[in-house]
Design a protein around this ligand. Structure first.
Ligand code: KIV
Ligand code: ZN
Length: 403
C-alpha cells in the first residue's frame, strides 16, 4: 500500500456529489461463503471476484484471511488482480488478525480492513466478557493499528441493532476519532424492522461526532425475511453503503440480496433518489455463476433472478402480457440479463398464448381448427406440468404428443 494513494474517491462527505450514490459492498465471498453448503475454494473465489468487478461492485469483501491459508491466499490473489473495486478483508479486533489481513491486502490498489466487535449487552456479557469501556478501547486501538496497514478502515459494531443507541454513539465516536471512515451497523440476527432501522440511522447521523465525514453502512440478515426491506429503509435514512450478497446467500437465512436491492433502487429510482454503479444486465449471469460454483440453485420464485421472475403461465396474465408487457412486469428481463419473458404453457394458459406460441413456431392455425387444438392442449396440460414446443408441434400437426 502506498499511503499517498489513500482514501478512495468518495471518502466520505455526505455533501459531495457521491452523496446520491449508494456504494454496493458485496460480501458473497465472506459472509455468503461462510454459510453451510456455500464454501468456495480459492479458484472459485477468484472467478466470482472477477465477475463482481465486471458487475460494478464498489467494495468486494474477499474473505477472512485469518480463517485459513486458502482464504488468506484467495484474498491476496483477489487484491493483486482486481483493478477497480476496493478489496476488503474481515478481521476481528485482535492484533494477529489485523496484521494477517493487512498482509493479505498488501498489493491491492484500494484496500480496506473491516474490523468488527460486538457491542450489544448480550454479546458483551456472554460472548466477549468485556465491559462497555473495554469494547471501546479495543475497537479504537484496533482501528489505529489497521489504519497503518491499508487505505481505509471500516468498523462494524456487531449486533448493533440490539445495542443501547446511546452507547452505540459512544462506540462510533471513538471509531471515528481513531480513523474509521465507514461505520457499519449490522443487524446480525435479522431482528430489526424497517421503521426501527430508519429511526436508528436518523439517531446515529444526528449524534455521532463527525457523522458528515463518514459513510454509514447497513448489513442486514434475513432471519425474519426483512433484510432487503431493512436495507432500503436504511438508504432512505441516508445510508450510503449497503452490504449484501449475490442470491442473498449468507449465515442462516442469508444476507440482503444484492440483485433485489439494486433493482429496487433502479425500478423505484424517483422514490429513492439514489443510484449505484452496478451494470444490472450482469445480475443474472453473476447469479448463475454463483450457483454453478457452489452447486446451490436459487428458488424458482426468487425475485429478480429466479426462473419464474419473468415467466407467466396463467391465461389472464399471458393475455395481458401479449397486449402490453407492463400489465404484469415492472422491469424488463433484458435489464437484469435474462434474454426474454417466458409465456409458459400449462393448464392455466389460454387460447391467446397458445395461438401466439404456435405462430412463433410457424403454425398459422385456422380459427375453425383452434377449438380442437385448444381442447387437445388442455387435455395434455392436465397430465403434464409444462407443455414443450415439441408437444405443441405434435398437437398442431394432429399427432398424439403422448405417443
Ligand atoms: O452479521 C454480522 O454482524 C457480520 C459482521 C462481521 C459485520 O457479518
Ligand atoms: Zn453478517
Amino acid at each position: 500500500m502506498k499511503p499517498s494513494d489513500t482514501q478512495s474517491d468518495d471518502g466520505v462527505s455526505a455533501n459531495s456529489a457521491a452523496a446520491d450514490r449508494v456504494r454496493i459492498f458485496d460480501t458473497t465471498l465472506r459472509d455468503g461463503e461462510q454459510a453451510p453448503g456455500f464454501s468456495m475454494d480459492r479458484r472459485a473465489k477468484l472467478r466470482l471476484a472477477h465477475a463482481l468487478e465486471a458487475l460494478g461492485v464498489d467494495i468486494i469483501e474477499a474473505g477472512f484471511p485469518q480463517a485459513s491459508p486458502d482464504d488468506f491466499n484467495a484474498v491476496a490473489e483477489i487484491a493483486r488482480t482486481l483493478k477497480t473495486p476496493t478489496v476488503c478483508g474481515l478481521s476481528r479486533c485482535v492484533v494477529g488478525d489485523i496484521d494477517t489481513t493487512g498482509r493479505a491486502l498488501e498489493s491491492a490498489r484500494h484496500s480496506r480492513i473491516h474490523l468488527f466487535l460486538s457491542t450489544s449487552p448480550l454479546h458483551r456479557e456472554h460472548k466477549l466478557g468485556m465491559s462497555q469501556a473495554q469494547v471501546i478501547d479495543t475497537a479504537a486501538a484496533s482501528i489505529e493499528r489497521a489504519r497503518k496497514l491499508c487505505h481505509e478502515v471500516e468498523f462494524s459494531a456487531e449486533d448493533a441493532t440490539r445495542t443501547e443507541p446511546e452507547y452505540l454513539v459512544e462506540v462510533f465516536n471513538a471509531a471515528v476519532a481513531a480513523g474509521a471512515t465507514t461505520l457499519n451497523v449490522p443487524d446480525t440476527v435479522g431482528y430489526t424492522t424497517p421503521s426501527e432501522m430508519a429511526e436508528l440511522f436518523g439517531y446515529l447521523r444526528r449524534h455521532v461526532k463527525g457523522a458528515e465525514r463518514v459513510i454509514f453502512s447497513t448489513h442486514c440478515h434475513d432471519d425474519l425475511g426483512m433484510a432487503v426491506a431493512n436495507s432500503l429503509a436504511a438508504v432512505s435514512a441516508g445510508v450510503r453503503q449497503v452490504e449484501c450478497t449475490i442470491n442473498g446467500i449468507g449465515e442462516r437465512a442469508g444476507n440482503a440480496s444484492l440483485e433485489e436491492i439494486v433493482m429496487a433502487l433502479k425500478v423505484r429510482a424517483p422514490h429513492f433518489g439514489v443510484d449505484t454503479r452496478i451494470d444490472t444486465r450482469k445480475l443474472y449471469p453473476t447469479s448463475r455463476l454463483l450457483t454453478q460454483l457452489t452447486g446451490q440453485s436459487v428458488a424458482r420464485n426468487k425475485a429478480v433472478v429466479g426462473e419464474n421472475a419473468f415467466a407467466h403461465e396463467s391465461g389472464i396474465h399471458q393475455h395481458g402480457m401479449l397486449k402490453h408487457r407492463g400489465t404484469y412486469e415492472i422491469m424488463r428481463p433484458q435489464d437484469v440479463g435474462i434474454a426474454e419473458t417466458k409465456l409458459v404453457l400449462g393448464k392455466h394458459s389460454g387460447r391467446h398464448a397458445l395461438r401466439s406460441r404456435l405462430q412463433a413456431l410457424g403454425h398459422e392455425v385456422e380459427e375453425s381448427a383452434m377449438d380442437g387444438i385448444f381442447a387437445r392442449f388442455k387435455a395434455l396440460a392436465d397430465k403434464k406440468r409444462e407443455i414443450h414446443d415439441e408437444d405443441l408441434e405434435a398437437i398442431a400437426l394432429g399427432h398424439d404428443p403422448d405417443a
